[in-house]
Design a protein around this ligand. Structure first.
Ligand code: 4AD
Ligand code: MG
Length: 502
């Protein structure tokens, strides 16, 4: 009997006969040789089957297998530098588990709508496979870093009786006839826990009824929220900095191959080192209104317009070549695929051409007092090669629980961490208001019903201390580290406005 192994384990079995079990990713044949590219969940491996008099039936059956047929292949492992994954199998036996035809996701390019509708199958493709592996490691690195730095995991409820962030983004559910909400954050609950355990975190799904269809927003996303008693803003910034570096390092250590599959510029991630940049909200306002930003956006617009023209020309030329007489079938297919890709990029670039002037206007007209918009964050994030902590926002535009600044009562001791290369906000956090009277005043100003928060106010009545924490969004982090354009590919089943299937 040959040993059943996975593709990831092949290095330990060079020269031995092994059995792989998996699915057919791709195949081609040339005369008496059949090349089956197999995937088994741990990697890809090319299995080469040679036709002989004895195996002619098996060879023919294997040759006609469609993409994603399930199969088992036995053969001898050979090390081969040029081969995907570095090994090849010289096959002696192919057993078909299920022969299939018409797998919907072919190697040719598909539109994003189609792929999202086939998410249950799309998982199997190389890019999606790579993203999910990085996601799993990010989650593991988050837990690992916090667990080994004295943080205690405290699970917080998902049914919440009142708002934790803003009332505008609550999902209401019927709780035995009572209206309750899906948690937007576990923060208020981990605040109570940090008074018991000092350093705590919660980590789970959170919900926001965001009526925005941006490339950064999900209605269901995962957030980790550390909270530390006796920490002020500076101390929590240092914690967020170490935490971020540790997660990035872990991804760089474990996922070079996946990042390469994704075409991620790894050198940009290697720059993620302490210290991160620190800017105040007011300084950001100055930058947004500066000539430097105006010129940067003008140059963007020109470059993007030029690319639009270039893409239009490429599409036109390729359409012509595809339609021309004498173009071989394989060439037509290759052109068709490239055209789909150009069209997708064209749609993105045209949207940018429409948006850039608007973003420039928003930046130029920035007024002190309002929250930073997504485009403002992108601008600041693009101007830096390491994460930027933006601190001290106006109190009026921020959540009620943030600590009022002692020197300037118009400000709070909060921060957002913006990821570089334009990725924008990945972390939001603050020191918390620990003074009962100031907290009550903030709640009144935001028209929150005190009765809903009596338990939370008890934390200020019985042994209140300075404390601080933050929330890091897992999907925003995956988007950044994988270098993706859109958040929708970072979670197994994305929930967005207008998107719930499958
Ligand atoms: O800035 P936010 O809203 O902060 C809080 O919820 C605080 N209670 C956290 C805390 O201090 N304990 O959200 C924190 C992070 C954001 O920086 C972002 O990464 C992510 O959560 N996030 C979202 N991710 C995807 N889709 C959305 N709609 C998100 N809203 C927030
Ligand atoms: Mg935020």
């Amino acid at each position: 009997m040959s040993a059943a192994v996975t593709i990831a384990e092949l290095a330990k079995h060079v020269g031995q006969t092994v059995a792989l079990s998996g699915w057919l990713y791709n195949s081609r044949s040339s005369g008496k040789l059949l090349f089956l590219i197999m995937r088994d969940g741990t990697g890809l491996c090319q299995c080469v089957l040679e036709k002989t008099d004895a195996n002619a039936d098996m060879f023919d059956a294997a040759r006609h297998l469609g993409q994603e047929s399930s199969l088992m292949v036995t053969g001898v492992v050979r090390a081969d530098e040029r081969s995907t994954g570095g090994h090849e199998l010289t096959a002696s036996d192919v057993q078909i588990v299920q022969a299939v035809e018409g797998y919907p996701i072919t190697p040719k390019a598909h539109g994003i709508e189609f792929l999202m509708k086939h998410r249950h199958l799309w998982f199997r493709s190389q890019r999606q496979w790579a993203i999910m592996r990085v996601r799993a490691t990010i989650i593991d690195a988050i837990r690992g870093h916090l667990n080994s730095n004295g943080f205690v995991l405290i699970d917080t409820p998902i049914f919440a009786p009142s708002a934790g962030e803003g009332a505008q983004t609550l999902f209401q559910v019927d709780y035995f006839g009572e209206p309750v909400y899906l948690a937007q954050t576990g923060q208020l609950y981990v605040e109570s826990a940090c008074m018991a355990h000092r350093k705590v975190y919660c980590f789970g799904p959170t919900f926001r009824a965001e009526k925005s269809k941006t490339r950064r927003h999900l209605t269901e996303f995962w957030m980790v929220e550390p909270e530390v008693a006796y920490a002020d803003l500076n101390e929590i910034l240092a914690i967020a900095e170490d935490f971020t570096c540790s997660v990035v390092q872990r991804v760089l250590r474990d996922h070079r191959a996946e990042l390469e599959t994704l075409g991620r510029d790894v050198s940009a991630l290697e720059k993620i080192q302490k210290p991160f940049y620190r800017l105040t909200y007011s300084e950001v306002g100055e930058i947004l209104r500066s000539d430097r930003v105006r010129e940067m956006l003008n140059a963007d617009l020109e470059r993007t317009k030029a690319r639009v023209a270039e893409l239009n020309k490429l599409i036109e030329d390729k359409e012509a070549e595809r339609a021309a007489q004498g173009t071989k079938k394989w060439k037509q297919e290759k052109l068709a695929q490239e055209i789909v890709e150009h069209r997708e990029e064209l749609a993105d670039r045209e949207e940018e051409v429409r948006n850039i002037p608007h973003h420039a206007e928003l930046a130029a007209n920035f007024e002190w007092g309002s929250d930073l918009g997504g485009s403002d964050e992108t601008i600041i994030a693009r101007m830096h090669d390491r994460p930027v902590f933006v601190t001290h926002y106006p109190r009026a535009c921020k959540a009620f629980y943030m600590k009022r600044n002692a020197d300037d009562h118009r400000l709070v001791n909060n921060f957002d961490m913006l990821a570089p290369e334009g990725y924008g906000e990945v972390i939001g956090g603050s020191q918390r208001e620990d003074d009962l009277d100031v907290l009550l005043e903030a709640m009144q100003a935001q028209k929150l019903d005190q009765a809903d928060y009596e338990w939370y106010l008890d934390l200020r009545r019985y042994g209140t201390v300075p404390h601080a924490g933050f929330g890091l969004g897992v999907e925003r982090t995956v988007t950044w580290l994988c270098g993706l354009k859109h958040i929708r590919e970072t979670i197994p089943y994305a929930r967005m406005m207008g998107k719930i299937y499958p």
